[in-house]
Design a protein. Structure first.
Length: 70
C-alpha cells in the first residue's frame, strides 16, 4: 500500500522544504511542485512533495490517517 501524508510547508531552502505533519517536522523534496511557497499544504510520498492540496482536504486526510491507526 502506498501512502502520501499531508503536511504544511513551514520553510523552504532551494528544492527542499521543512514540512509540518501535525507537529512532526521533516524535510521533503519540492522539486516536483510548481511554485511551492511557505504555507502551502502538500502531499508527501517517500520524501517527495507530489501535489498541493487545499487546507481543508489536508486536515481531513490527516485526521483520517490518525483515526485509522496507520
Amino acid at each position: 500500500m502506498c501512502l502520501a501524508v499531508p503536511g504544511k510547508i513551514v520553510e523552504i531552502n532551494g528544492e527542499k522544504a521543512l514540512v509540518d505533519f501535525g507537529g512532526v517536522k521533516r524535510e521533503a523534496d519540492i522539486s516536483l511542485l510548481e511554485a511551492p511557497k511557505v504555507g502551502d499544504f502538500v502531499l508527501v510520498h517517500v520524501g517527495f512533495a507530489i501535489q498541493k492540496v487545499d487546507e481543508t482536504k489536508a486536515k481531513d486526510s490527516y485526521s483520517a490517517i490518525l483515526e485509522s491507526g496507520v
